[in-house]
Ligand binder design. Structure first.
Ligand code: ADP
Ligand code: MG
Length: 457
């Protein structure tokens, strides 16, 4: 029922999110005629201008998917009309995981999150080996397996890899992937709809339960209780549990002691940030998968030098450079990479010491550049010029200081961290598509960098 979806607020919401993610001009060029080809509650197949699908899928596929997930649910996968859509359906069908329970549905695995596509380095060797061992012999190796790391280091990727592996090699094994958020929603829906038995059946009868982002269980008393019982039911009958978290079990201070102890009972494996060689390997793989042709291989080295502790951001930097290349026609070489990275991640030599540039200095410089007052910048005015200047100043605080989002927000009249993030995103989008804006920001960066070089004048 594609049309039905197009009439819903969720579709509007998706498009609005996409517009704000990619920026008005990119949206106008590529997505103004975005439409729904098919929608079955799990896979959304979209079309845009004829002939652009491959390009859009490569360049913006993940962005569109992220927006679709925000609007329609975490489990949603997006494909562009044509090959990719057929592939996504096939992958799901082959995996035998596509059943249409209207309330409680499996989250399908992301096809590209496989062991094959996971690059091993010193930082993640143990976690990878443990995940693979679990996939090969669920319930027998390490139980539970608890993977923890800071964001963007491959936890979700490994969870899906276990699911993809089992779907491919042990189709009789039942596997369920869920995020704590989906688990919570399912649980509350079941409570509400008096479907608790169905809920229990669903979660307590699988051979392998993969649960992502367990930290979100904190402060959800009822759900935590239910999760504890689910955990025990599975564990006691020899089923495999794999959990991910952004922290160690002991650091989950808001969880009950008894659950923390359960989480620690198996293998706790940490994923550390990849080293330079691993980062380069990840970028090469990414480029190979997305058929990105880089003119100079040193581009990978350069990106890996600048973006060091989050693979998501590492891949994001590559995608940003590629986007620049497709929008401006500049070759995908070191010059382009350097220009884009200088904006995103100033090189060490130019990097402005956190303590040396204060929000006040940044606000002052931005105000001057836009012929406004510092008060205008932090005011609540929504005049286009003022809010653009404010967004630039917020962006610069993010790039040039070590302040947290909330701390930055406080310097701008008590704005919250979502507003800060939004501002940063807007600036990053505009400087990709508008060279005047890029130059304005560039000049400010140089000026503030010079400020530091001159001493604190
Ligand atoms: P986390 O769940 O820890 O926040 P993800 O699993 O979502 O991180 O990883 C973020 C992105 O980085 C994903 O696109 C993932 O495929 C990629 N990634 C992370 N680690 C690796 C790796 N070792 N090899 C290849 N890709 C990786
Ligand atoms: Mg994750």
């Amino acid at each position: 029922m594609p049309l039905a979806l197009e009439l819903t607020p969720a579709w509007q919401d998706l498009k609005n999110k996409l517009r704000s993610e990619v920026g008005d001009s990119v949206y106008a060029v590529w997505f103004s005629c975005l439409s729904v080809c098919s929608w079955d509650g799990a896979i959304l197949v979209v079309a845009s201008k004829p002939g652009t699908e491959r390009f859009l899928s490569e360049r913006f596929g993940r962005t569109v998917e992220r927006c679709a997930q925000a609007a329609l649910g975490d489990h949603v996968r997006v494909a562009f009309e044509g090959e990719a859509a057929a592939d996504a359906h096939k992958a799901l069908r082959d995996a035998g995981r596509h059943h249409a329970d209207p309330v409680l549905r499996d989250q399908p695995f992301v096809p590209r999150y496989t062991f094959d596509q996971f690059i091993i380095g010193d930082g993640n060797r143990l976690a990878h080996a443990a995940a693979l061992a679990v996939a090969e012999a669920p319930g027998a190796a390490y139980n539970p397996l608890f993977l923890h790391s800071s964001p963007g280091l491959g936890k979700t990727h490994l969870l899906h890899a276990i699911g993809n592996y089992l779907a491919a090699y042990e189709p009789a094994t039942t596997v369920r992937y869920t995020t704590v958020e989906a688990f919570t929603n399912d649980f509350l829906a079941a409570l509400h709809g008096r479907a608790l038995d169905q809920f229990k059946e669903l979660y307590r009868t699988v051979d392998v339960l993969l649960i992502d982002d367990i930290q979100f269980l904190e402060n959800k008393l009822k759900t935590e209780e239910e999760f504890f019982h689910t955990f025990n039911a599975l564990y006691d009958s020899g089923r495999q549990l794999v959990l991910t978290c952004d922290r160690l079990p002991v650091q989950l201070v808001d969880l009950e002691q008894r659950l923390r102890e359960r989480l620690e009972a198996g293998l706790v494996a940490h994923l550390a940030a990849p080293d330079q060689a691993t980062r380069v390997a990840i970028l090469r793989k990414r480029a190979e998968i997305d058929a990105i042709e880089v003119q100079e291989p040193e581009v990978f080295e350069l990106i890996a030098e600048r973006v060091t502790d989050n693979v998501r951001l590492l891949e994001g930097a590559l995608i940003r450079i590629v986007a620049h290349h497709s929008l401006t026609g500049r070759p995908l070489d070191l010059g382009l990479a350097r220009d884009v990275l200088d904006e995103l991640y100033p090189p060490v030599g130019v990097h402005i010491g956190a303590q040396h540039t204060s929000p006040k200095q940044i606000i002052g410089a931005v105000a001057q550049s836009f012929s406004l007052s510092a008060d205008d910048i932090v005011s609540s005015s929504r005049r286009a010029k003022v809010s653009w200047a404010r967004q630039v100043a917020i962006h610069l605080c993010r790039e040039l200081t070590d302040l947290s989002l909330d701390q930055i927000g406080r310097n701008f009249g008590g704005r919250n961290h979502a507003t800060v993030l939004h501002a940063c995103k807007r600036v990053q989008e505009r400087i990709i598509v508008n060279s005047d804006d890029a130059q304005t920001v560039d000049v400010l960066v140089r000026q503030l960098a010079g400020h530091q070089a001159d001493g604190d004048s």
